[in-house]
Design a protein. Structure first.
Length: 166
């Protein structure tokens, strides 16, 4: 069962949480949402509030939901959900009902943003900023390694308005 906690009380290692364990970026509502696996992002403070940063490539279906909605969630799971996270990172919600296929139970935060009951940690974020990456500002070696298709990410900054923890 998830319960509300003060984001300032979280003590997880953010590098391991995002980079090693991965997260799901989810947006939409209780009836229709989409989710994707991400291993790039960050947590910190901006504009005087706890914040999360995530990155989404333009071809990802989830991007349409994040762009449309005011809120999105970042959801973190235990290792037993690794296969589900792999599926959410390899299949498109345009073609597959990933939520159903993974066996996730959709819940909604007070603001209406969807998250999954099976999570260990959920960060509910109010979208405060979005900007496409400028290829001219990206070093050539990074472009060669990470952007051979020139599909540069959009960066999102979300104010963490609620944290839910198991």
């Amino acid at each position: 069962m998830l319960h509300s906690v003060d984001p300032k009380q979280l003590n997880e290692n953010v590098f391991s949480l995002i980079g090693d364990k991965w997260m799901l970026i989810t947006a939409g509502n209780g009836e229709q949402c989409n989710t994707m696996t991400a291993s790039w992002g960050g947590l910190g403070v901006i504009w005087g509030a706890p914040a999360a940063i995530c990155y989404i490539r333009p071809q990802r279906y989830t991007k349409e939901f994040v762009d449309r909605e005011e809120y999105f969630t970042l959801t973190f799971f235990g290792e037993e959900w690794r296969k589900a996270l792999s599926l959410c990172g390899s299949k498109s919600g345009r073609d597959t009902d990933k939520v159903k296929e993974c066996g996730f139970t959709v819940k909604t935060a007070a603001c209406g943003a969807p998250y999954f009951e099976e999570a260990e940690l959920v960060l509910v974020c109010r979208k405060r900023f979005a900007q496409d990456m400028d290829p001219a500002s990206i070093p050539q070696d990074i472009k060669e390694k990470w952007y051979p298709n020139q599909d540069y990410h959009t960066m999102y900054i979300g104010e963490i308005v609620e944290a839910l923890k198991k």
